[in-house]
Write a protein that binds this ligand. Structure first.
Ligand code: C2E
Ligand code: CA
Ligand code: CA
Ligand code: CA
Length: 275
């Protein structure tokens, strides 16, 4: 009826308004969040499966805001990308991560690698590579102390330009890792077109591990294919011993996930390293 239709419309706009309002509030708070020091990093250990040692960590961004509380990166990163704020926030992440990597390469292992997530918009910043090199130099780090994790979105732009950027990064020893492998439209094609040092098998494959026979088969095939292309493999989202055993059996290079550790504060990560 006419009445129902009007109510449906009414509900729809209310839901929509709540979403829009939340978004606007996040956007408004985010503008001054860097200046107010509201961002911090957590570090999730990455285990080298050939020697059972910590190879490095992935830096993961956290935001605590006095008005909104803790906001998940799944919610605020897309907004930071749409507003362009991901560029300055991304430099904060790089700076903090390399500072931590400097410390841990001295105190723990000079082969320590810090992995940093990069958004497509950061990759389009013409100053990115120069700034990364400056940050590495000012922290007295070699390029191979840094791994940049990128998703398919980065590769959608100008292919030649992206390939040139990859070349310049790898000339400096900086590693490039394909994140969320297996979830996009043409992960396989991208492996052919761009030179990655590592790929990260998306954690959805781990979630389906015990439920769906095709998940372990696809993990196994991905490892074999990556190795044939001279690409190393990190499995993410490893939560069960059974998954880890399988990955070791199949020759996977690295593992990351709650089984080993959740993302940790800098202090807790140091305690973890010393354990
Ligand atoms: P991602 O790069 O795929 O990061 C892996 C996510 O999986 C992280 O979520 C991590 O906390 C979570 N995780 C790790 N191990 C497990 C596990 O065993 N089980 C489960 N269920 N989850 C696990 P988080 O920290 O919430 O980050 C979400 C996404 O936000 C990241 O996905 C990444 O795309 C983005 N992100 C986080 N930090 C940054 C950043 O500094 N810059 C950019 N551009 N994006 C970031
Ligand atoms: Ca990542
Ligand atoms: Ca991932
Ligand atoms: Ca992801």
């Amino acid at each position: 009826s006419k009445n129902q239709g009007r109510n449906a419309y009414h509900f729809f706009t209310e839901d929509m308004n709540a979403g829009v309002q939340r978004r606007l509030q996040i956007e408004e708070q985010m503008h001054s969040a860097l200046g107010r020091n509201e961002f911090s990093l957590r570090y999730q250990p990455v285990l080298d499966l050939k020697n059972n040692r910590i190879a490095g960590a992935e830096a993961l961004l956290r935001w605590h805001n006095p008005v909104l509380g803790n906001i998940s990166p799944e919610e605020f990163i897309p907004i930071a990308e749409q507003t362009g704020l991901i560029v300055p926030i991304g430099y904060f992440v790089l700076e903090q991560s390399l500072k931590a990597a400097r410390k841990w390469s001295t105190t723990y292992s000079n082969e320590f690698t810090i992995a940093v997530n990069l958004s497509p918009l950061q990759f389009k910043d013409p100053k990115l590579i120069v700034k990364i090199k400056e940050l590495l130099a000012s922290h007295r780090l070699e390029g191979n102390a840094l791994s940049l994790e990128i998703t398919e979105g980065v590769l959608l732009g100008n292919q030649i330009k992206v390939q040139e950027a990859f070349q310049e990064l790898s000339d400096s020893g900086i590693q490039i890792s394909m994140d969320d492998f297996g979830t996009g439209y043409s992960s396989l094609n991208y492996l052919r077109e761009y030179k990655f040092q590592t790929l990260k098998i998306d954690r959805s494959f781990m979630q389906d591990f015990a439920l769906d026979k095709s998940a372990p088969a696809l993990i196994n095939a991905t490892i074999a294919m990556a190795h044939a292309l001279d690409v190393e493999v990190i499995a993410e989202g490893v939560e069960e011993q059974e998954q880890l055993d399988y990955l070791i059996r199949k020759g996977c290079n690295f593992a990351q996930g709650y089984l080993l550790s959740k993302p940790l504060t800098e202090q807790d990560f140091e305690a973890f390293l010393n354990d």
